[in-house]
Design a protein around this ligand. Structure first.
Ligand code: CA
Length: 226
């Protein structure tokens, strides 16, 4: 994270919401850059390399899912997705393609700020330099100092949440971690975020690292194949 105030990109096509969000975040001490459609959002994020992206799901040009996919392809930046009510399916897909958290409209500015701070704290949390930084389990190699992952030597870009999930599973290869445990261990996930959120992030992780690496234990949870 850069020194000074965190930089947040807000990609939102509704001017009233965009202005409210930007004003509140600036009042909280964040630096804010705005984009009002999908392609402009992708270009903005590539140009300014923000600390976090607030991304509306329904956008002209490219929808939020595609924007999320594109910005996550080059760099693991935390994404907070804004969704309309009754868009749960879209939301689950959104989490699977790389959003770290979501808020359903209408949301309070206070809740938005709390979620943003929680996400930024998760990304800021760095292991001590004395920690064994690199963990290898089979074909998977995790470097916790750089938060980089390689599978068979090939770099894989994970969201911060996916990295945490994989780290938890890799810490105990072969052991089954319950969904409740994973939900509790990933700090910053709000209470009641729901076990389906875990499933959704696991789906996203599998799509990136290969589904054979993560075993589902039905009714219980997940394990990393040793
Ligand atoms: Ca919209």
């Amino acid at each position: 994270m850069s020194s000074g105030s965190p930089l947040i990109c807000v990609v939102e096509d509704e001017p009233v919401i965009a202005a409210q969000v930007a004003n509140r975040l600036r009042a909280e001490g964040f630096t804010v850059e705005l984009a009002e459609d999908g392609p402009a959002g992708v270009a903005l994020v590539e140009r300014v390399r923000p600390d976090l992206v607030v991304l509306d799901l329904m956008l002209p040009g490219l929808d939020g899912l595609e924007v999320c996919r594109r910005i996550q392809a080059t760099r693991a930046v935390p994404v907070l997705m804004l969704t309309a009510r009754d868009a749960e399916e879209d939301l689950l897909v959104g989490l699977a393609v790389g959003a770290d958290d979501y808020l359903t409209k209408p949301f309070s500015a206070r809740e938005l700020v709390a979620r943003i701070r929680a996400l930024l704290r998760r990304v800021e949390r760095r292991p001590q330099p004395t920690d064994a930084a690199i963990v290898s389990v089979g074909a998977v190699e995790l470097d916790s100092s750089t938060r980089r992952v390689r599978i068979d030597g090939e770099p894989v870009h994970l969201t911060p949440t996916e990295f945490e999930l994989l780290s938890l599973l890799a810490a105990r290869p072969g052991a089954v971690l319950s969904r409740e445990q994973l939900l509790a261990d990933i700090r910053g996930w709000r209470d009641g975020a729901g076990l389906r959120t875990v499933d959704s992030h696991v789906r996203g992780l599998r799509a990136k690292v290969g589904s054979h690496l993560i075993r589902t234990v039905h009714g219980i949870g997940y394990a990393l194949e040793a």
